[in-house]
Structures are given as structure tokens and as C-alpha cells.
Design a protein around this ligand. Structure first.
Ligand SMILES: [Cu+2]
Length: 174
């Protein structure tokens, strides 16, 4: 039984790192891990502005990590985030969290994520997020993780996601 319980504990820890919408009992060390880190400067491509981009430190051998940010479309035409590429993982995906019955589940947005004209879309723990599948290495707090985002109209932009603690809920400024 000991081995089984250990595996369960690890699973919860990994889930908490990815889905802060989980209840408090699943996010044991939340407030601790929220150490301030440098806020990534906003970046712009065409009408798209990206701010507050961050990721989270992972446990050793974690299979996946998440990416979070606010994407603003300052233009008059809708755009769409259609792809994400990163060297830290085998594959980048765009995900949403949604209730299935009474269970919160992740789902890949295979058609991308609409960024409506004149609006901001928040990629945040518990909601839309980038998902890095098949990590090549663990992410440490303070790392800058380069990620390339592909927008249907605005084009392609590479930016750094600043790594917060394993339970970071936002990019911390100043
Ligand atoms: Cu996901």
C-alpha cells in the first residue's frame, strides 16, 4: 500500500501544479511557492499584445507543464491563436478546462483559441492554458522558457515565459 499511496500523492501534486482550480487540500504549498519573479515585459506582434506570461516550476520528471498569459487583440479583426511551439517539450498544445459532469477536465482546442477584436483573453490556471506535452527537462523557478506562438493573422512571435513556483497563480510584477 505504501507504494500506491506515494503514487497518489505525486499525482495530486502534479494535478495541483496544473489546475489551481482544484480545492485547497490539493494545493498544499500554494502560498509558499508564490515567490515574486520578474514580470515579463509585454510583447506585441501586429494587433496582438501579450502580457503577464508565465509558467510554473515542475516536479522532477513531470510529464507536462502549463503556460499562462493575457492576450489582447487591439485590432478590428478577430484573430486566433492556432499553435504553440517550444523546445522544452515534444509538443505544445492549446487547452481549456471545462466541467464534465462534476469533474474538471482539460481538453485540447484543436481549432485554436479565438482572440476577438478589441478583447483580451486570459490564459490562466483553471481556464485556457498552453500545455507542454512531454517535457524534455524539469522547469525550475526563475527559468525563462522560450515559447513561440502562432496566430492566424498576426503571425508568429517568440517570448519568454517566466517560471514561478509550482503553484504560481500569476506573473508577479515589481
Ligand atoms: Cu492542459
Amino acid at each position: 500500500m505504501t507504494r500506491y499511496r506515494f503514487a497518489v500523492a505525486l499525482t495530486f501534486a502534479a494535478a495541483a501544479a496544473l489546475a489551481p482550480g482544484l480545492p485547497a487540500w490539493a494545493q498544499a504549498t500554494a502560498s509558499h511557492a508564490d515567490a515574486p519573479l520578474q514580470d515579463a515585459a509585454p510583447v506585441t506582434i501586429g494587433a496582438i499584445e501579450i502580457s503577464g506570461a508565465f509558467t510554473r516550476a515542475t516536479l522532477p520528471n513531470a510529464p507536462v507543464a502549463g503556460g499562462f498569459m493575457t492576450i489582447t487583440n487591439t485590432g478590428t479583426e478577430d484573430d486566433r491563436l492556432v499553435g504553440v511551439e517550444t523546445g522544452i517539450a515534444k509538443e505544445g498544445q492549446i487547452h481549456e478546462m471545462a466541467m464534465e459532469g462534476d469533474v474538471m477536465k482539460m481538453r485540447q482546442l484543436t481549432d485554436g483559441l479565438l482572440i476577438p477584436a478589441g478583447e483580451s483573453v486570459s490564459l490562466a490556471p483553471g481556464g485556457y492554458h498552453l500545455m507542454f506535452m512531454g517535457l524534455n527537462a524539469a522547469i525550475a523557478e526563475g527559468d525563462a522558457v522560450p515559447v513561440t506562438l502562432i496566430f492566424e493573422k498576426a503571425g508568429t512571435i517568440t517570448l519568454d515565459l517566466m517560471a514561478g513556483g509550482t503553484a504560481a497563480s500569476q506573473a508577479m510584477g515589481h
